[in-house]
Design a protein around this ligand. Structure first.
Ligand SMILES: [Zn+2]
Length: 487
């Protein structure tokens, strides 16, 4: 009985604590912490980080390296302790592979016609060279290819590319047949890294036995193969040029004051990379996620300036490579600087600058993925009331986006981790006009104050945040139990 009672009490407590205010309450007077957060300071940081000079902070690029240096300099200015292997930098020593146009050459014979592709008609994100004479090709749907037990053996398997990330690796790992080569039809270049090349994490095992996957972008050749008649494909793929590349998470820590709790960590994160230059256009990425990055800088400076340190330590981290698949947060989760078992919470900031949400203006309000998955929601609710920000649950995106941003890796490890944002969708999302002049800095300052108050509360609270018992949080609750048990 008691058991049921306590579960019920928790559910009621959670639901009443998370009862949403229809409108933002009046903010309380600023205090020593919240008064240190200023719209002008945020504007100053963002106008530099998302300036054309940094060329959209693509990975890898000179622009993203400049951004990393700037962030480290701001952590240094705030007096944070450097927590990387190279000052504030946690270095990932990876490789960058690049092919020139024409390095992937296919000759296709179908319908009695032979066609060679234009220079950038195909690409391939694999290292080993390929030299394949004209070989019979077989066209299959994605599912038919997965179900096939041998019809494609020794042939060229042609499949349409599905709209899922990592499709090539998925197909390679699930195939039962052994084709000589896979040609994935990708007219929209969804899967190609373009002329820009691709990153290789040397720590990740390479499936050497899998057939290479060539991405076919040329529409006429694709149509000829999709026709399904007798066809052959010959391939000549040159090995790419491979260069070492250093990717950096930028990490600073504000050590806690409590003898015991200072060895536990509250993490505030945001990704500092964006899309770089595409088709000659700079994608400045002011809201995505320059806004989150400058918020980390501003909140770090404000908290470090306080006379009193919070009990727990606070880790401020700017992450690399989010746009290429959450690379920096996944790298950190595999190589944590601070033990994950002692990391009590992660709040990741995404798109906190624009209020012109595609679903309607979002002023004085903020939301979070996995809104009711942990007790962090209630803490933000309280902080929102204090700072005049309505903290609400998005009916769809709270669940939909939970595992699609940089909180995911730590959540999977069991750390209560969420992504907070103002607008999930905005007109210039992943467009060339996501510029710093469109940011609502006063609103962003208010949201920053809410986040700072919540961080302080978590860092001073002797009770660490925990996952709730809502069904969608079950796997994270299990992971956190395993994490604690691993002590
Ligand atoms: Zn983003």
């Amino acid at each position: 009985m008691r058991h049921i009672v306590s579960a019920l009490t928790l559910a009621i407590a959670c639901s009443s604590a998370l009862a949403e205010a229809p409108t933002a309450s009046k903010a309380l007077p600023l205090d020593a912490l919240t008064s240190r957060i200023s719209a002008d300071s945020l504007r100053g940081h963002l106008s530099f980080l998302s300036s054309d000079l940094l060329e959209g902070r693509g990975t890898p690029s000179r622009g993203v390296d400049l951004a990393a240096e700037y962030i480290a300099a701001q952590f240094r200015r705030a007096g944070l302790e450097a927590a990387g292997d190279d000052g504030y930098f946690q270095s990932a020593n990876w490789q960058f592979a690049q092919r020139k146009d024409g390095d992937v050459a296919l000759t296709i014979t179908a319908g009695g016609k032979t066609m060679s592709l234009p220079a950038n008609g195909a690409s391939g994100n694999f290292v080993d060279p390929v030299s394949l004479a004209a070989t019979p090709a077989v066209f299959m749907s994605w599912q038919a290819a997965l179900d096939d037990s041998g019809a494609a053996n020794g042939k060229v398997l042609v499949v349409p590319a599905p709209a899922i990330s990592g499709a090539a690796a998925q197909l390679q790992s699930k195939l039962k047949s052994t084709p000589a080569l896979i040609v994935m039809i990708d007219r929209e270049r969804r899967h190609s890294r373009g002329a820009g090349g691709w990153l290789i994490d040397p720590a990740q095992p390479v499936n050497k036995s899998a057939p290479p996957v060539v991405l076919l972008h040329a529409a006429d050749a694709a149509a000829a193969l999709e026709a399904g008649g007798a066809a052959t494909v010959a391939a000549n793929v040159v090995a790419p040029e491979i260069k070492p590349v250093k990717l950096r998470n930028v990490i600073g820590v504000l050590r806690g004051s409590d003898p015991a709790l200072k060895n536990t960590y509250v993490m505030l994160s945001a990704h500092y990379d964006h899309l770089g230059i595409r088709d000659g256009e700079i994608f400045n990425g002011a809201n995505d996620d320059g806004s989150g990055t400058v918020s980390v800088l501003e909140i770090a400076a404000a908290m470090a300036a306080q006379k009193e340190r919070p009990r727990r330590s606070i880790v401020f981290i700017a992450l690399f490579g989010e746009e290429l698949g959450l690379l920096g947060s996944r790298y950190y989760a595999r190589n944590p600087v601070f033990p994950l078992k002692d990391t009590v919470a992660n709040l990741n900031l995404e798109q906190v600058g624009r209020t012109d949400d595609s679903e309607g203006a979002q002023v004085n309000s903020a939301t979070m993925t996995g809104y009711d998955y942990s007790t962090i929601g209630a803490t933000l609710q309280r902080a929102g009331r204090q700072t005049g920000v309505r903290f609400y649950k998005h009916p769809v995106n709270s669940d939909r986006y939970f595992a699609r941003s940089d909180n995911q890796a730590l959540a999977d490890a069991g750390v209560p981790a969420h992504t907070l944002c103002v607008a999930f969708g905005f007109p210039d999302y992943h467009g060339k006009d996501d510029t710093w002049d469109k940011i609502d800095y006063d609103n962003m300052a208010r949201v920053n104050r809410m986040v700072a108050v919540a961080l302080r509360d978590i860092a001073n609270n002797r009770v660490a945040p925990s996952w709730t018992n809502v069904p969608n949080a079950a796997k994270y609750l299990d992971a956190s139990r395993a994490l604690k048990a691993a002590k």
